[in-house]
Ligand binder design. Structure first.
Ligand code: PGA
Length: 255
């Protein structure tokens, strides 16, 4: 597998942090900090910050993503946001299937698939999250589980659509816990995911697909994780709120 054929992507998942006013200040710090990046840089603030984020990052190398999207085009879905609404704002990316959505908001593999399909149809790029819990890892079902999540999430997605898909491997036990997967563990699962993509779409698509690792990635461990053959970037939570830390991860991915 040739890492040089793929685009490294570092995406910040701000989660439920930052008012629009606070977001403007963070973005002002981020713009100079990542301006020399030799990788794709994405920030995913809360919905309420998206207008401001798109406006402030115009003309910079920072792309804006949302953290979730509904699968219907419009209608009586109080509190939800459609893919067309995001696209119309100038949002480029959306995250689907984050484990916090699965854990707290009843997200299932099937709804992850529906959201992914709706986002692709609207012309968004999608960061699809998969990953096992600690219990599942200890039961030895990580490979099967992540393969299943990946296959269901990508149901109906064409080989051509795959250029707009990024897969983020995020072991649930490593998210927000300070407990990072070892680079070997990250590599092993990212490689398995690439094999699943190859099974579904062939080797050329698999080699071109960006597969990120996420879960307590920070300025100190990014180099090692991103140095692995099948780890093509990171989905960053906590460290994405600290401009210097996020910039250090971007630098690590730019090597
Ligand atoms: P973390 O979050 O970096 O704070 O562990 C990663 C994520 O949930 O995407």
């Amino acid at each position: 597998m040739n890492k040089a054929t793929r685009k490294a992507i570092i995406a910040g998942n701000w989660k439920m942090n930052k008012t629009a006013t606070e977001a403007a200040a963070l973005i002002a710090d981020l713009i100079p900090a990542v301006k020399n990046a030799d990788c794709e840089v994405v920030i995913c603030p809360p919905f309420t910050d998206l207008v401001k984020a798109v406006e402030l990052t115009k003309g910079t190398n920072i792309h804006v993503g949302a953290q979730n999207v509904h699968f219907e085009k419009s209608g009586a879905f109080t509190g939800e946001i459609s893919a067309d609404m995001l696209k119309d704002l100038g949002v480029a990316y959306v995250i689907t299937g984050h484990s916090e959505r699965r854990q707290y908001f009843a997200e299932t593999d099937v709804t992850v698939n529906k959201r992914t399909a709706a986002a692709l149809a609207a012309g968004l790029k999608v960061i699809v999250c998969v990953g096992e819990t600690l219990e599942q890892r200890e039961q030895g079902v990580t490979a099967e589980l992540v393969a299943l999540q990946t296959k269901i999430a990508l149901g109906g997605v064409s080989a051509d659509d795959m250029k707009n898909i990024v897969i983020a491997y995020e072991p649930v036990w490593a998210i927000g816990t300070g407990r990072t997967a070892t680079s070997e563990q990250a590599q092993e699962v990212c490689k398995n995911i690439r094999a699943v993509v190859a099974e579904l779409y062939g080797n050329a698509v698999a080699e071109a697909t960006t597969i990120q690792y996420g879960g307590s990635m920070n300025a100190g461990n990014a180099d090692e994780l991103l140095g692995k053959a099948d780890v093509d970037g990171g989905l960053i939570g906590g460290a994405s709120l600290k401009p210097a830390d996020f910039a250090a991860i971007v630098t690590a991915a730019s090597k």
